[in-house]
Design a protein around this ligand. Sequence first.
Ligand SMILES: NC(=O)C1=CN([C@@H]2O[C@H](COP(=O)(O)OP(=O)(O)OC[C@H]3O[C@@H](n4cnc5c(N)ncnc54)[C@H](OP(=O)(O)O)[C@@H]3O)[C@@H](O)[C@H]2O)C=CC1
Ligand SMILES: Nc1nc(=O)c2c([nH]1)NC[C@@H]1CN(c3ccc(C(=O)N[C@@H](CCC(=O)O)C(=O)O)cc3)C=[N+]21
Length: 288
Amino acid sequence: MTAQLIDGNALSRQLREEVALRAGALRARGIVPGLAVVLVGDNPASQVYVRNKVKACQDGGLHSVLEPYPATLSEADLLARVDALNNDPAIHGILVQLPLPAHIDAQKVIEAISPEKDVDGFHVASAGALMVGQPGFWPCTPYGCMKMLESINYDLKGKHAVVIGRSNIVGKPMALMLLQKNATVTICHSGTQNLKALTLQADVVVAAVGKRNVLTADMVKPGAVVIDVGMNRNDEGKLCGDVDFAGVKEVAGWITPVPGGVGPMTITMLLVNTLEAAERASTVGHSV
Ligand SMILES: NC(=O)C1=CN([C@@H]2O[C@H](COP(=O)(O)OP(=O)(O)OC[C@H]3O[C@@H](n4cnc5c(N)ncnc54)[C@H](OP(=O)(O)O)[C@@H]3O)[C@@H](O)[C@H]2O)C=CC1
Ligand SMILES: Nc1nc(=O)c2c([nH]1)NC[C@@H]1CN(c3ccc(C(=O)N[C@@H](CCC(=O)O)C(=O)O)cc3)C=[N+]21
C-alpha cells in the first residue's frame, strides 16, 4: 500500500474531545447543548444512524432526544413537531432524518426548521450562506471531508479537485467548500462524459455517488487524495464505499476508508454544529 490512510475514527475522537470541552464550558454557564433527532418510519439503516448520533451526543456531553414516529405520521403533524422544537429553548439543533416517507415533502420540512437550529445545514438559508461565504451551518458530510483534508495539512490552493456527485447535501456543498479554499473544482454527475479523463487530472477526488467501484485505480493520478463518501453494501453484505479501495490505495497518496472514514466525521460535525448553535444562542437575546 502506498497511500496513507486518513482515519476518520481517530480524527473524530480528537475533535469530539474538543467538543466535550466546549460543551463543558457551556454547561458551567448553565447551558446544556441539545440536539433533537426526528425519525419517521422504521428504515433499519436510519435507525442505526440515529442511534449512533444520539450516543455520540451523550458521549460528548450534549443533551439529545430521539423522537421516533410511525411512517404514517402526516406532513402536518411533522411540521407541527418541528415548530414546537423551533420554540423549545432546550433544543439548539434539529435533525430530521432523511429519507422521509413519500407522502411527506422533505424540502418543506427542512425549510420549516429554524435556520438557527439547522445543524444539518440543509435549509435554503444555510445553502445560501455557504454559497456567498456568510456564517451559517455547513452540511456535516462535506464539512467532515474538509476537516479530513485539514488534518493532513493539505493546501488546496490551485489544486484540481474533482467531485463526483452533485446532490444538495454532499456534492454541491463539497464543491463550494473546496472552491472557498481556492481549489479549481470540477463537478461530475450521471451525465458526465469520460469521467476517467477528468479524475486522472485530479489532485483531490471526492466520490459521493452511492455506487460501488465508481473510482478504480486506473482513474487515479499517482499521489492524489481520495475521499470516499459512498455508503454501499458489497455482495457479502459488508459496508463499502464508492472507491475500489484495494486497487486505489496502491496509486493514491492518501485515502479514506469505509467504514471508519467520512461516516464518523459526519456525526462529529453534527456535534460541532450543535455546539456552535448552542454557543450562538447563548450570546444573543440577552437584551432584557
Ligand atoms: N458518509 C456519510 O456520512 C454519508 C454518506 N452518504 C452516501 O454518499 C453517497 C451519495 O449520497 P447523496 O449525495 O445523498 O446521493 P444522491 O443519490 O442524491 O446523489 C448521487 C449523485 O451521483 C451522481 N451519479 C450517479 N451515477 C453516477 C455515475 N455513474 N457517474 C458519476 N456520477 C453519478 C448523480 O448524478 P445526477 O445528479 O445526474 O443524478 C448524483 O448527483 C451515497 O452512497 C450515500 O449513502 C450520504 C450522506 C452522508
Ligand atoms: N437529516 C439527515 N442527516 C444526515 O446526516 C443523514 C441523513 N439525514 N440520512 C442518512 C445519511 C447517511 N449518514 C451517515 C452518517 C454516519 C454514518 C456512519 O457513521 N458510518 C459508519 C458505519 C456505520 C455502520 O456500521 O453502518 C462508518 O462509515 O464507519 C453513515 C452515514 C447521515 N445521513
